[in-house]
Design a protein around this ligand. Sequence first.
Ligand SMILES: [Fe+2]
Ligand SMILES: [Fe+2]
Length: 243
Amino acid sequence: MLAAEVDAVHQRVWQAVCHYWEPNRIHGHGPDHAMRVYSMGLQLAAAERADPLVVGAGCYIHDAGMRPDIGRTGHIERSLQIASALCEEMPELASVRDLLLTTIRYHEAELPSPAPLPMEAVCVRDSDTLDRLGFTGIRMTLQYGVWIGRALCHPTDPLCRERTPDLNAFTMDYVRYLESLPQLLVTPLACSNSKEKQKEHEFYCSEFLSSFRQGRFRQGHMRDHEDALQLVMGHMRAESAVG
Ligand SMILES: [Fe+2]
Ligand SMILES: [Fe+2]
């Protein structure tokens, strides 16, 4: 299939699924996440000679099953249903149905997957993982924390340096947990891109800590999450102005 034809299929997929993503801005998994994962996914597909049709469609559908009322819960099953329905409507996807469903089923890096995972699934997974790192990942984690009503951080160990992360209790424990994701990346391009993301992570954490020590963040206050979000949004704006 020509690149222009692949692009046309992707645009039809996006038109079909964008309404699922839109309301999920509320917890940080809106269309911007889909767009970043799609863009990086295609770069990884080109580097790995994976099928761009499948990778792009997988990226556009992977979190479409999230919901504004129940968030991540059960989202992979719902994304699979959305993908299956699309395969019924689009013959271009019907011919790659099993591969497409595999990219969605195993898109989260922590999930056990069959070895070897097809390269198309690796590309979607690595791309999603990259977006969960650095400023973009911290922002999604903070927004999810606000939505779910989680406390921002532990009162005496805000960056979880002395405890096992308690992902349901503290947003910053989840941020700490994100540090374990780069080791799950597979493709060389994603591994090399993760270095910059890890620098962003360290930079954010040191700024967070100094704000915490100045008393700006107190456990359990909604204002805390907003301040922590401002900290990351400021860096993302500065980055896009430079880039
Ligand atoms: Fe997901
Ligand atoms: Fe995702």
